[in-house]
Design a binder for this molecule. Structure first.
Ligand SMILES: Nc1ncnc2c1ncn2[C@@H]1O[C@H](COP(=O)(O)OP(=O)(O)OP(=O)(O)O)[C@@H](O)[C@H]1O
Ligand SMILES: [Mg+2]
Length: 253
């Protein structure tokens, strides 16, 4: 049965100025549960600025955000996180010298009395990562520093799923990965989608975006020039839109 698609986050007329520079202007877009939205655009188009506003790192100069229909104002990343918006930045925010299980529960550690509930952390981490599709991890006791890039992504994405986040923002989740690892990370993203998260992914590879996204939004010179279902698009059409700012429906080949 098709899951109910719900409105998670809506941006209405978001503008961000840095002094005299307008980084993004009048951006209106809605993100839904059970959907992966690919965010594309050239360098400097405004993608990062936009997601920083969504996840509370920057405040808009103008415009409103609505979370599950209600107006919200995030004053910090912590504010946004508390509401259920998790951003995984390129460095993933993991601690290399700590175990997989400790990293999985970082900041959310279960306790038994005064002590950390280590058995629970280990078994829960193992179960969650397995469910997400990370099937051949040797041990949840090994240090994160020994994991591959794809396995690290699994921990970050798995955390968002386990702690019932509503919106997951990924910044270039596959930029440093092999083809095989990228396929795995796409599986993790699909797992998050299946759990009902709205997944937003900034990506530069047209082929990868067309592979994973349900919907694609295109930034061009600080504006949103296209918001399309991923149907009937080609790498060529998308690249053309990114460079010219002309929506694919108006591009004549
Ligand atoms: N803190 C800042 N101060 C001044 N200008 C900024 C700041 N952050 C971003 N900008 C400007 O805003 C515009 C959009 O930048 P942004 O980083 O959002 O682009 P982007 O689409 O993420 O690019 P990339 O693909 O290179 O990461 C750029 O012109 C950039 O120089
Ligand atoms: Mg950026």
């Amino acid at each position: 049965m098709e899951e109910q698609r719900q409105q998670r986050l809506r941006a209405q007329g978001i503008t961000k100025k840095f002094g005299a520079v307008t980084a993004i202007e009048n951006i209106s877009v809605t993100f839904y549960s059970h959907e992966i939205t690919g965010i594309v655009g050239d360098n400097g188009a405004g993608k990062s600025t936009f997601v920083k506003i969504i996840c509370g790192v920057e405040q808009p100069s103008r415009g409103e955000l609505y979370f599950e229909g209600k107006p919200v104002r995030f004053r910090s990343a912590r504010d946004a996180r508390r509401a259920g918006i998790e951003a995984v930045h390129q460095d993933l925010g993991l601690i290399e010298s700590m175990s997989v299980a400790r990293n999985f529960f970082l900041g959310m550690e279960p306790r038994k009395g005064l002590l950390l509930d280590v058995p629970r952390m280990r078994s829960e981490t193992r179960r969650r990562l397995y469910e997400l599709g990370l099937r051949n991890l040797k041990s949840v006791d090994q240090d994160v520093g020994r994991l591959s890039g794809g396995e690290r992504q699994a921990i970050s994405i798995g955390r968002a799923v386990a702690f019932e986040k509503k919106v997951l923002i990924l910044d270039e989740p596959t930029s440093a990965l092999s083809v095989r690892e990228t396929a795995k990370v796409f599986d993790y993203m699909r797992g998050a989608r299946q759990q009902g998260l709205a997944v937003l992914a900034i990506m530069h590879s047209m082929r990868q975006i067309l592979d994973i996204a349900d919907r694609i939004i295109v930034f061009w010179h600080g504006g949103l020039v296209a918001d399309l279902p991923n149907q009937g698009l080609t790498e060529h059409l998308l690249a053309e839109c990114i460079h010219s700012g002309v929506p694919p429906s108006q591009i004549h080949l």
